[in-house]
Design a protein around this ligand. Structure first.
Ligand SMILES: Cc1cc2nc3c(=O)[nH]c(=O)nc-3n(C[C@H](O)[C@H](O)[C@H](O)COP(=O)(O)OP(=O)(O)OC[C@H]3O[C@@H](n4cnc5c(N)ncnc54)[C@H](O)[C@@H]3O)c2cc1C
Length: 645
């Protein structure tokens, strides 16, 4: 291999010059710029054209799940939408000779479910589903790897069937029609005790930038505290404080009823609670600051203490709160506090399996097989997704830029949908349209919407997130160190773990530390100190400005520092990296620190999702909860709201 002499010695040590695949990154940029240049050159005309030339998905070899590099919202998927937001001129489209009963904008679980529900109601309907990404599924994205001849799978986003509430009849009913009996599968295909059975547990990595020196403490919550923290870089006071928090603290609100205590906790942040009621040291604040990020996309400063209690974070036992939620709690903690949550089921590629099963029902020719077990390893034939002979067509790499009722909203018989693909701006017509993309974008797509509805849609700010997958030659370092999942409160990715063990159909998880495996890593870009939505916006800007090289360097550095003492060599042991960046990640949920408690009819997602003539609005954004069951329920509602005739 040729050495890149321009790199620093540290970069070479980390393996920044090693040949791992960065194919998508390069290709994505190329697609993106070609699209924009060609779009600018389009003449402002609306002549009719019979059909589009074949797109990338129609060509042999097109298989996005195995692309590595910068995935999630990949380059080429968002530039046209951002240009629309920024007021770039929008040349008139060319009219395609395509007429549908339904056009769905967005091929996430909500959009695919909407197509499914519509086809159930109208078995002869012709449906077009459009998505700006190069793959279907939205957040339910599949990352695929060749691990020394074995198929390796990871969720690039939506991880599992897991909701704060049991799945409703609508959501569970859809899963069952797809062949998923979540409760039964949860008992048979998952092996949650596998790593523990080998003696591997949870660890916490104290990084030198935050805690003074690098140290991996193993046995979190399984070893006695003094043993777990024996050599951790923490002061004696911090050790005592940590133990006090983990043991549940005292009653810092004496004399108040349980409800009154909850009302007080709803108005202070978890950080504030730890700092001012438990009076913990700054080291302990740093230990807990990022613990809320995975659930909400922001740290302990922007999540209420009550919501932290609702998802079982430590420090509350001494308050003796009664079970159950109070009005004003966030969607997630209120749900868990009231119901204990749904069945939890992780497929090897997360909820991408649900997306693939939906596509199999919509376009059977594209997804071989007939069962849940055989869909896991099935190779989708993308060239079948958009065939004129099929009733349902799924068109990728297509960003919708304008949607309008043809005529007055209350009497229109058709909607027109304009989108951009491969630099061509085209328009199709449909009797109905369901918008299942990001709801905050709808005011740009439908400027004719009432002002109040547009303001409500703009208020829905999604939380950015990064889910990274790293392929490794072996996991002997994990075995040697005695860990399989690690919280790293001050590091670039704040959590990481070995791929959960799941066997289904022909798919088998790694069983021996000498075999290759995948690591999942989670990062939440945010800016503590701001309001939740300002943190989301700052995180999104940071995410879009971060090149793959920066992610790669941080990943290699972090894994080297955490696992190096177990013999891990980032230069030699990493075989592939996929960074799934989600600038528009979780749907926004109610936050009692920053938002007033409103009646149902005044909630922004409720005002925002109102039907507009032939156009209705789905997506999890419409339900105020970042969950798959919410995405399905909102699809069901949106389809049922469509006008007849
Ligand atoms: C990292 C991550 C992890 C998650 N983990 C879980 C989990 O474990 N369990 C769970 O239940 N939920 C999880 N969620 C929540 C997840 O958002 C929902 O479960 C669900 O997948 C959302 O589906 P959706 O169809 O509503 O939205 P999306 O998946 O966002 O799909 C919308 C699609 O529409 C496309 N689109 C938007 N605008 C346009 C346009 N103008 N033109 C064309 N296409 C457009 C988008 O690009 C996207 O592909 C997670 C979310 C993220 C980001």
């Amino acid at each position: 291999m040729t050495r890149d002499r321009s790199r620093s010695p540290r970069d070479r040590e980390l393996g920044m010059d090693r040949a791992i695949s960065r194919r998508d990154f390069v290709q994505g940029v190329a697609i993106g710029s070609a699209g924009i240049l060609a779009a600018a050159a389009l003449p402002g005309c609306t002549q009719a054209t019979p059909a589009l030339p074949p797109g990338a998905q129609d060509l042999p070899g097109y298989y996005p799940p195995s692309l590595t590099g910068l995935r999630g919202s990949h380059a080429g998927s968002f530039e046209a939408a951002h240009a629309l937001r920024d007021g770039a001129p929008q040349p008139a489209p060319v009219e395609l000779d395509e007429h549908y009963d339904l056009v769905v904008v967005g091929a996430g679980i909500s959009g695919l479910s909407a197509a499914h529900f519509y086809c159930e109601q109208h078995p002869a309907a012709r449906v077009l589903v459009l998505d700006n990404h190069d793959d279907f599924g939205g957040h339910a994205k599949r990352n695929e790897f060749d691990l020394g001849g074995q198929l390796g799978l990871m969720n690039g986003g939506t991880m599992m069937i897991d909701s704060p509430r049991p799945y409703s009849a609508v959501a569970d009913g859809l899963l069952r029609r797809l062949g998923i009996d979540a409760a039964a599968l949860a008992k048979t295909i998952q092996h949650p005790e596998f790593y523990e059975g080998l003696g591997l547990g949870d660890g916490v990595f104290f990084d030198r930038e935050t805690f003074g020196s690098d140290h991996l403490a193993t046995g979190y919550r399984s070893k006695p505290w003094h043993e777990f923290l024996a050599t951790a870089p923490l002061s004696a006071a911090a050790r005592r404080d940590l133990q006090r928090v983990e043991d549940g603290g005292g009653d810092y609100l004496p004399g108040l009823t349980s409800t009154a205590k909850k009302q007080r906790l709803a108005k202070i942040s978890y950080r504030n609670y730890l700092q001012n009621m438990l009076k913990v040291s700054p080291e302990v604040l740093a230990f807990y600051q990022t613990r809320t990020q995975g659930e909400w996309g922001v740290g302990a400063d922007a999540v209420s203490a009550l919501d932290a209690w609702g998802i079982d974070l430590p420090g509350f036992k001494g308050l003796r709160l009664e079970p159950g939620s109070i009005p004003g709690m966030g969607f997630t903690p209120a749900g868990y506090a009231d119901t204990g949550g749904s069945v939890r089921l992780h497929f090897p590629d997360g909820n991408a399996t649900i997306a693939r099963l939906l596509v199999r029902r919509l376009v059977p020719e594209a997804v071989p097989g007939s069962s849940v077990a055989d869909v896991i390893a099935a190779r989708v034939d993308y060239s079948q997704l958009d065939r004129s002979a099929h009733r349902v067509r799924l068109r990728l790499n297509s960003t919708v830029l304008h949607v309008e009722n043809l005529g007055a909203a209350d009497s229109a018989k058709e909607a027109a949908i304009t989108y951009l693909r491969d630099g061509r701006r085209v328009r199709v017509r449909a009797r109905h349209c369901v918008l299942a993309g990001y709801n905050m974008m709808i005011p740009y797509l439908c400027p004719q919407l009432p002002e109040r509805q547009k303001a409500a849609l703009h208020a829905l700010v999604k939380a950015p997130l990064v889910y990274t997958t790293v392929a490794i030659r072996s996991w002997q370092a994990f075995a040697k160190l005695g860990v399989w999942q690690i919280h790293a409160p001050g590091s670039y990715h704040t959590s990481l773990r070995l791929n959960p063990t799941v066997d289904i159909g022909a798919y088998r998880s790694s069983r021996s530390p000498s075999e290759p495996n995948l690591i999942w890593m989670g990062r939440t870009p945010c800016q503590p100190g701001l309001s939740e939505h300002e943190q989301n916006r700052a995180g999104r800007a940071e995410l879009l400005a971060t090149p793959f090289e920066t992610f790669e360097r941080n990943i290699r550095d972090q894994l080297g520092r955490i696992l190096g003492p177990g013999g891990f060599d980032p230069a030699a042991d990493i075989t592939a990296i996929t960074v799934n960046r989600w600038p528009h990640g979780y749907a926004p949920e109610h936050n009692s620190l920053f938002e007033a408690e409103l009646p149902e009819s005044e909630l922004p997602q409720v005002i925002g999702r109102r039907r507009f003539g032939r156009i209705t609005i789905a997506n999890s954004d419409s339900g105020g909860g970042a969950y798959t069951d919410v995405a399905i329920e909102q699809a069901h509602r949106a389809v049922n709201e469509l006008p007849g005739a």
